[in-house]
Design a protein around this ligand. Structure first.
Ligand SMILES: [Zn+2]
Length: 265
């Protein structure tokens, strides 16, 4: 059956930085690496445009003005230009916020849900366990785990009515498959589909790996220092192995925090 889904664009919404060895433990260098926050614009023949995550945004800066959320900005300083917001980039594609009927959130870390307030009419699809976990953490613990209360508000208001639990086929079994990739966060999922244009199988693997080098060699993942940022390191390792297996089967893996230019066909 021909696929109904097309990858329209990868949007780069800004970046933070980290030493190279934190991302890939085999890299011994102290070189600083740019870590972009990418979002993905899909089009479904019957359902129209679908956004996967919404990246950094001005809202992210608002959310991290006060304490304890300000710690987030100190640990991962964010650089983004005004024209890098998802809204501004969609406009360039001739797409209005109201054209986005569905937003799928891989997980709820602040660098994936920044621009949600700009899409009040869109349906939001999330993992219920992720929302429960994020909401039940409080104060500095919530921030330390990568969640910001202010950014979670629109998800909490809208997400309740439209929750999905991985793994299921979304929009028809052959259409968009949710791939469970927990470990980086409490309940994260990737999205697997066949791209209508290239016929290539693609897995949007969110933060299951931080680099393509890690996809190719799961042993070359984050340094020990970064393990404590994960919800569960053993689960993380299980998920990266899953992603690596797909990679070996010829599936194109697209990550949220690897440069767009190095991943785009
Ligand atoms: Zn994350």
């Amino acid at each position: 059956m021909p696929s109904k889904i097309k990858l329209v664009a990868i949007l780069d919404t800004g970046f933070t930085i980290a030493p190279s060895f934190v991302i890939n433990r085999h890299h011994k260098s102290l070189k600083i690496k740019k870590i972009p926050a990418l979002t993905f614009l899909l089009h479904h023949d019957d359902l129209g445009y679908i956004m996967v995550d919404t990246g950094y945004s001005k809202e992210f800066l608002t959310a991290t003005q006060g304490f304890p959320a300000r710690f987030y900005r100190w640990v991962t300083p964010v650089k983004m230009r005004e024209n890098q917001s998802v809204i501004a980039q969609l406009k360039k594609h001739g797409i209005e916020p109201t054209d986005i009927k569905i937003i799928i959130l891989s997980h709820l870390h602040a660098d994936h849900i920044g621009d949600l307030r700009a899409f009040p009419q869109s349906q939001i699809l999330i993992e219920p366990a992720e929302l429960d976990y994020a909401q039940n953490l409080k104060g500095t613990t919530q921030v330390r785990h990568g969640y910001l209360k202010y950014l979670l508000e629109p998800v909490a208001q809208k997400g309740k009515s439209v929750q999905v639990a991985a793994p299921v086929g979304l929009f028809g079994a052959d259409s968009l498959e949710l791939v469970e990739l927990s470990g980086h966060s409490r309940a994260m999922f990737g999205l697997k589909f066949q791209d209508q244009q290239s016929n290539q199988d693609i897995l949007l693997a969110a933060d299951a790996a931080w680099s393509q080098a890690e996809v190719q060699d799961p042993d070359n993942g984050p340094a020990k220092l970064a393990h404590m940022m994960m919800y569960s390191w053993p689960l993380y390792q299980k998920s990266i192995q899953k992603v690596h297996d797909y990679y070996q089967q010829g599936v194109k893996i697209l990550l949220a925090h690897e440069s767009r230019e190095s991943q785009w066909f």
